[in-house]
Write a protein that binds this ligand. Structure first.
Ligand SMILES: Cc1cc2nc3c(=O)[nH]c(=O)nc-3n(C[C@H](O)[C@H](O)[C@H](O)COP(=O)(O)OP(=O)(O)OC[C@H]3O[C@@H](n4cnc5c(N)ncnc54)[C@H](O)[C@@H]3O)c2cc1C
Length: 548
């Protein structure tokens, strides 16, 4: 009987174990984890803190007993794997409750040790009231403090998904929340204009956000946290959430000579095999390949961890041979009523990878504009200028963003070009979409740009070049007052020809309106007159910088 030992029992470890046993019921599969909980919904922890998920039991998908009953697999919780011996094919494991050490032998080993929060080595990081949010135990402790009314002010360090989700949930519990982020905007994987849109939204909801700011230390009294010191201010806090990123847990694997990749996660091939025979690695501890660049990347995501676990399970059980070529780092987050999603390469990453790119920013609605409850969404599309292949997309707004991002992820996976995207036969009825869906609209605008029919300027570039450009707001009087680009002259589209003398033909001109329609009408007129003219992409509604 083949013996398989799995180290780690959250998403990828339990997935691999269950698949092996399903495919090969004769195998003896044992799982050890140092945690108290198995198979828990890490992704649900922020919502548990906020009380949206009320009970602890809702977070823990399965207990070891449930797991045993369903799968006939023994899971040993609070059992830490200390050492692996590849000669004797055995692992020394310590029972953390009894301190007893045991040895488990294996024919095949699956390392699913996940990732751990990175906590910078700053003064005060060990004070009471300072927590990462990674495990059920972390969330239970934070929730207890909040439920007991002991938290009036909280500081979240780090503006990634986890930090933002926790910030929202703490704010919903009537706590004053301040979030400090080192780089210039929250949501680091997104491009600046999309991230700033989300940042403005969070601020309007009442979260204090300080970007471009470094946390230097945490101060406390009698062992309890009192305030966070940044390079720009002091912020009072009864609770500090440290969410500045995670690191792959690779120590155990490194002991036996398992090779790491350039991302410092365990290097695996498409079958989830490490460089050592009979040793597999899956989930957050292992490296991925980016499907667009075909280069190593690291996406510590539950979605990817499950896929990796399943592939390893199939290959270990030898039911068939399967592989995972790569992933796109597709990701989605809800921030109050705002949704943001991303797949493939950002503009920044695409440039770094050496692509010559074109981008568009296109506002649309998630349903027909006359159907009750429709909401705006803004799509950023990134394409290869030479091949027209879609490289990446980001979608943000109060409307439905998961559908368009999943369409984009599918398109990129199958190597679609912008022209393919335009012709997709997507479902339409007013409650679900516009007749020309946001995805198709974005592809149309991209095609116009790629073929040189329309010249656009991104909000980022406009913001950088405000002083050198002639900016014309083309909206009618009513909508103009909502807020425009600093320095813009107001000439409604229908008055453009009669007031043409007010414009300097020798100056590069940018036309703006709310979403782009009026600006496009003026664009055609000014092009005919020989102006060097561009349209502000996304209009004023997607312009995340200061408006007048
Ligand atoms: C707050 C939060 C929100 C998230 N939201 C999302 C989301 O919305 N979408 C998404 O896709 N992903 C999300 N994630 C990420 C997702 O939870 C992880 O990608 C997923 O849990 C990875 O699973 P894993 O099994 O590879 O690793 P882990 O979940 O890290 O589990 C590894 C397990 O191995 C154990 N272990 C480590 N070393 C040893 C050892 N030596 N001996 C024994 N046991 C050991 C660890 O204690 C741990 O229990 C979120 C994560 C968090 C924390």
């Amino acid at each position: 009987m083949e013996k398989i030992l799995v180290i780690g029992a959250v998403a990828s470890g339990t997935k691999a174990a269950a698949k092996i046993k399903r495919e090969n019921p004769d195998a003896q599969v044992v799982v050890v984890t140092k945690d108290k909980h198995i198979s828990y919904a890490g992704c649900g922890l922020p919502y548990f803190i906020g009380g949206v998920i009320e009970e602890e039991k809702e977070l823990v998908v399965k207990t070891p007993e449930d797991f045993k009953e369903i799968t006939d697999i023994d899971v040993y919780i609070e059992h830490e794997a200390l050492e692996i011996d590849t000669e004797s094919k055995s692992v020394k494991v310590k029972d953390l409750k009894t301190e007893e050490e045991k040895v488990y032998t294996y024919d095949k080993l699956v390392i699913a040790t996940g990732a751990s929060p990175f906590v910078p080595p700053i003064e005060g990081k060990d004070l009471q009231g300072v927590y990462p949010v990674r495990t059920v135990s972390n969330a239970l402790e934070v929730r207890k403090l909040v439920d007991e009314g002991k938290v009036k002010k909280a500081v979240v360090v780090g503006g990634g998904f986890i930090g933002l989700e926790v910030a929202e949930n703490l704010h919903e519990r009537n706590i004053e929340v301040s979030l400090v982020e080192l780089i210039d905007h929250i949501l680091p994987p997104f491009d600046e204009e999309i991230a700033l849109y989300a940042q403005n939204y969070m601020k309007e909801e009442g979260v204090n956000i300080y970007t471009g700011e470094k946390v230097l230390s945490i101060k406390g009294q009698d062992g309890k946290v009192q305030k966070v010191i940044t390079d720009k201010r002091e912020i009072e806090a009864d609770l500090v959430i440290m969410s500045v990123g995670v690191r792959a847990n690779t120590q155990l694997a490194q002991q036996i000579g398992v090779e790491l990749g350039v991302t410092r996660a365990i290097k695996v091939n498409e079958y989830m095999e490490t460089n050592l025979q009979d040793v597999y690695a899956v989930g957050d501890c292992a490296e991925n390949v980016n499907l667009v660049t075909e280069q190593p990347a690291w996406y510590p995501m539950g979605s990817t961890a499950n896929k990796m676990g399943r592939i390893a399970g199939i290959n270990i059980s030898k039911s068939e041979k399967d592989h995972l070529k790569g992933v796109l780092g597709t990701t989605i987050v809800k921030l109050f009523n705002l949704n943001a999603a991303k797949t493939g390469l950002s503009e920044r990453d695409a440039k770094k990878a050496g692509f010559e790119i074109e981008t568009v920013l296109v506002p649309a609605n998630d349903k027909a504009h006359y159907y009750p409850g429709y909401r705006q969404i803004i799509t950023k599309l990134i394409a290869d200028k030479n091949t027209h292949k879609v490289l990446g997309a980001q979608v943000i707004g109060e409307g439905v963003v998961d559908k368009p991002i999943d369409i984009m992820a599918t398109a990129i996976t199958f190597g679609a070009k912008v022209e393919d995207l335009e012709k997709l036969d997507l479902a339409y009825a007013p409650p679900f979409s516009m007749a020309m869906s946001s995805t198709i609209l974005a592809a149309n605008v991209m095609r116009n740009k790629l073929t040189g029919r329309v010249h656009g300027i991104s909000p980022i570039e406009l913001n950088e070049r405000l002083n050198e450009l002639q900016i014309v707001d083309t909206r009618d009087g009513g909508s103009y007052i909502i807020g425009t680009i600093p320095g813009a002259i107001h000439i409604p589209s229908e008055e453009l020809i009669t007031r043409i003398d007010e414009l300097d033909k020798n100056k590069e001109t940018v036309l703006v309106c709310k979403v782009g329609k009026n600006a496009f009408l003026s664009y055609i007129k000014l092009r005919k007159l020989g102006f060097d003219v561009k349209i502000l992409e996304g209009g004023t509604c997607a312009y995340p910088y200061e408006k007048e």
